[in-house]
Design a protein around this ligand. Sequence first.
Ligand SMILES: *Cc1c(COP(=O)(O)O)cnc(C)c1O
Length: 462
Amino acid sequence: MTTDHHPLYSQLPATDRLLRDPAFSSLIARFGHSQLVGVLRKLLDEAREAIRECGALPDWCEDWAAAATDALSLAEKSPLCPVYNLTGTVLHTNLGRALQAEAAVEAVAQAMRSPVTLEYDLDDAGRGHRDRAVAELLCRLTGAEDACIVNNNAAAVLLMLAATAAGQEVVVSRGELVEIGGAFRIPDVMRQAGCLLREVGTTNRTHTQDYLDAINDNTALLMKVHTSNYSIEGFTKAVDETELVNIGNARGIPVMTDLGSGSLVDLSQYGLPKEPMPQALIAAGVSLVSFSGDKLLGGPQAGIIVGKRQLIAKLQQHPLKRALRADKMTLAALDATLRLYLHPEKLAQSLPTLRLLTRTPQTMQAPGERLRHALAGRYDAFSVQLEPCLSQIGSGSLPVDRLPSLALTLTPNDGRGGQLDALAEHWRSLPVPIIGRIYDGRLWLDLRCLEDESGFLENVLK
Ligand SMILES: *Cc1c(COP(=O)(O)O)cnc(C)c1O
């Protein structure tokens, strides 16, 4: 039984003495006095606890400067650290969705370092409006009359509903009452916006007559929601936007679409599955279309709304717009990203999302072989193979479509599952953590999103 009078307590250094020790002066210079004092107090508490519990000093007490350096360096590591996304999901929400194009990165850095003409019109020194420049680009790209930018697509849907239909009814098909990850559910958003949800049709089939029957004097909107993260197959029927616009036009009711991802280019030209395009809906006469900035568009997190001038003006003037507006860094990144679309011939190279989505297994073969060889020498408890696999687009885009890809797989030689978990944990603890997927008794590292082969190898073999 140990007591507070254990002789080891007298061996603990005083904080003041440590701070005067020359070994600590570089730590004070690097981390500052107060952070260092905080860490030393924590280490002293730990040491006292070790004496109380085990009657011994922890090993690190032999070098307090080293222990403090380790603790401070650990605390300095940002919780937003870069990782290798080898999950096979290109737009991975938990890993930050779309990677930004170099042009966008530069534009953001510039907007951070320097004052910018965010709401300032150089011609007449009046107060411009912050979405103006990006809105003009969006009109050019989609054929819309005007546009509005907010924090994300969830915010876009909330704003569209609140500004055009508060206190009134919004008609939506029961097949489109979606839930997107992270608690975005159409009925809940509807309530938050102060609208009355008027569900029509059934889960699998909704007809024109269902919409017609639901319309009354209190109907403000006909809403379509793109079922981006699931698909209803079999005996199904939905009413498309063109038909809804016909119904809406006859009664003076606008049609609005939450497109989710949307794509500003026809993805089928790259051999990818086709995703609905905002410009097609605008051409069909839809009044408001919203989509995300960081899904297939390949830009920053943002909610983009394009549509009719009068309705966009309503959104711009609504008090929620002020609360949901995008900041200058988002607008800078979005502007730079959209400019890449003005040069579509280069898009598959200049836009990282498209570049990664269009990579073929053939282009991954040679780097894959080199990596397999390097890893096989290093991880001899595993069989390292190069195997075909299927990547996903992610972020609820094209949920049932898969892209042929190539993966490094590590299978434990002794067939035990515990080793796999330990291996995955080891990958996650590397200087730049590597995130893969375990299934079918193997760890899969999908090579689709690996563009930095030498950095990866250096990181693994260190
Ligand atoms: C992704 C998605 C949203 C949410 O968009 P965020 O930009 O993540 O806020 C809303 N609706 C649909 C249909 C979506 O696919």
